[in-house]
Design a protein around this ligand. Structure first.
Ligand code: TEU
Ligand code: CA
Length: 555
């Protein structure tokens, strides 16, 4: 039996505040806007909110370059707004976790301003400074959003390490004074009543000893191996747990990179006292890089469900603020948008692991295709466009097509509330254009349609909150050899779910697994009308058809 925990039983919802709801007409989502939409989230049924970074920041990377961890960027509101939001969330029996970006700060953080002043400044060792080697950077590491992971600083004639961009210098976690300062800040937030953190890019806080070159010949190489999971990684997580997290009833969700089942167990096994769960990314990494492939998806899902059960825990998501929209990347955002959105919602909410719904996923929001690169705001998007054209020699048209498929701005267009101008998100031009399809895809429309994606998610969430087998049931794969169908059971005591999902736009016949005796009356939820008279035969699935049956195992 898996130890019951509130964060295992929660259904989470990720809010990207700057795109959620603009309450004061400046084109940017804000905290009072979230407050005004709490009842919408309560109606959906989610009970754990994750807010992306809202701290003071020069906003080079949309708040992932923090210059004050304990103040709120004025565009989002004030600390009083935060305290009010925490209170209102708790009053609705919901919980709220904040982002924690502690692998790096902004280059305008006072710590870095001091650190770069002189080599003997008290804050020098809050960051990672190195001499060049043979007149070049200390090694050949490439950054996520820039050519090199090292930036030359003229004030003291040394390089500093920046895993992401020159505006985001990496903190030096080897320095116990730095770690203590981070712990103190974390405790300050937890004392305000938030229910935990999502730890941004946490894998990178420990690098390979002495920052070795990546093997290879190009001047800069983007391989993550040496940049993360270094020798002190688990010590830092155990120390953080022991000094901060263990003092509160909170959840710590790690944005951990390149995980295996084994390394996920290492960070989430309760007896290791590190994090509560990492996010699963293997499925989104695979589809992002190699395109849709139900067979690979089902292999990944199965391996993780079977490998983690009873050993560790995982956060599940099919999209977030860094990824394309699930219905575009995994499903079909054209003819089968609604049924494929519901199908992937069924997959998300019937697996073991805490499900994270990303804002707009519950109404089937899609990727956007802006006509020009100048319509995009994301630092990574502009960096990718530049690299595609100037390093890979691609045409602007081909580069823009790649941007359409992969840009992080696909997930950051304003939440589509209704069909009024700017999708009802703001009374003025938003910081990032609204997806033109907001006239057809919006919350108002969904709330009027009893068969909407919203109400389908609401039903799945209700089932999950009411039935422990949805949370704790042992996963067992079915129809494993079928390349187009993902099917499995979840079993807890005598309760059993049988889930079957057509991951394609084809109509598929299948044979019922021999140990599954299903009567139509056992059907709990489906994304197609159940119409036995007109041919919804038990043994064939329509495009993206999803079914969940509730069974009782007779002794
Ligand atoms: O994302 C981390 C991130 O971009 C990497 O995990 C990347 O996805 C992986 O290394 C594969 O390339 C977090 C935030 O979610 C993102 O919005 C920030 O831009 C980034 O960290 C820097 O803080
Ligand atoms: Ca605003």
């Amino acid at each position: 039996m898996i130890a019951p925990k509130w964060w295992k039983e929660s259904v989470a919802y990720q809010i990207y505040p700057r795109s959620f709801y603009d309450s004061n007409g400046d084109g940017i989502g804000d905290l009072p806007g979230i407050l005004q939409k709490l009842d919408y989230l309560k109606e959906l049924g989610v009970n754990l909110l994750w807010l992306n970074s809202i701290y003071v920041s020069p906003d080079v990377d949309n708040g992932y370059d923090i210059s004050d961890y304990q103040s709120i960027h004025p565009k989002f509101g004030t600390l009083t707004d935060v305290e009010r939001l925490i209170e209102e969330v708790h009053r609705r029996d919901m919980r709220i976790i904040f982002d924690l970006v502690i692998n790096h700060t902004s280059n305008q953080h006072p710590w870095f301003v001091e650190s770069r002043k002189s080599r003997d400044n008290p804050f020098r060792d809050f960051y990672i400074w190195r001499d060049g080697k043979d007149g070049r950077e200390p090694n050949n590491w490439k950054a996520h959003f820039a050519k090199s992971a090292w930036t030359w600083d003229e004030q003291t004639n040394q390089y500093y390490l920046n895993t992401f961009s020159p505006f985001q210098p990496d903190l030096n976690w080897k320095n116990p004074t730095l770690r203590a300062a981070v712990h103190k800040m974390m405790e300050w937030w937890l004392a305000k009543g938030i229910d935990g953190f999502r730890l941004d890019a946490i894998s990178f806080i420990s690098k390979a000893a002495n920052y070795p070159d990546h093997p290879g010949v190009e001047p800069y190489i983007f391989k993550l191996d040496n940049m993360m999971h270094g020798p002190e990684y688990h010590f830092y997580l155990q120390e953080m747990n022991q000094k901060v997290l263990s003092k509160f009833d909170v959840v710590a969700v790690g944005e951990c990179i390149n995980l295996t089942v084994e390394s996920a167990i290492e960070v989430s096994a309760p007896e290791r006292k590190e994090l509560n769960m990492p996010f699963l990314f293997e499925h989104t990494d695979d589809t992002y890089r190699h395109g849709k492939n139900p067979q690979r998806l089902k292999e990944i899902i199965s391996r993780w469900q079977l490998g983690l059960h009873g050993k560790g825990w995982i956060g599940l998501a099919f999209n977030n603020h860094d990824l394309p929209r699930v219905v575009s990347m995994f499903g079909d955002d054209g003819q089968y948008r609604e049924v494929s959105a519901k199908m992937f919602g069924t997959l998300l909410l019937t697996l073991e692991g805490t499900p994270f719904i990303y804002q707009g996923e519950e109404i089937g929001m899609t990727n956007v295709a802006f006509p020009s690169i100048s319509d995009y705001r994301d630092l990574a998007t502009h960096n990718l466009y530049h690299e595609l054209i100037h390093e890979k020699g691609e045409s602007p048209a081909k580069a823009l097509a790649e941007i359409h498929a992969k840009s992080r701005d696909n997930a950051r267009t304003p939440m589509q509330w209704d069909s009024s101008p700017q999708a009802g998100f703001s009374s003025t031009k938003p910081w990032l254009g609204a997806n033109p399809n907001y006239a057809l895809i919006n919350v108002a429309q969904e709330l009027e349609n009893p068969d909407s994606i919203f109400y389908y998610y609401q039903k799945l969430i209700d089932f999950r909150k009411a039935n422990p087998v949805w949370v704790y049931g042992q996963y067992s794969a079915c129809l494993e050899t079928d390349p187009d169908i993902i099917s499995y059971t979840r079993t807890l005591g005598q309760d059993q779910l049988f889930i079957i999902l057509n991951c394609t736009r084809k109509t598929l016949a299948f044979s019922m697994p021999e140990n599954i005796l299903v009567a139509e009356k056992a059907l709990l939820i489906s994304n197609y009308p159940v119409d036995l008279a007109n041919g919804m035969s038990l043994l064939s699935l329509r495009p993206y058809e999803a079914r969940v049956y509730g069974l009782t195992i007779l002794e």
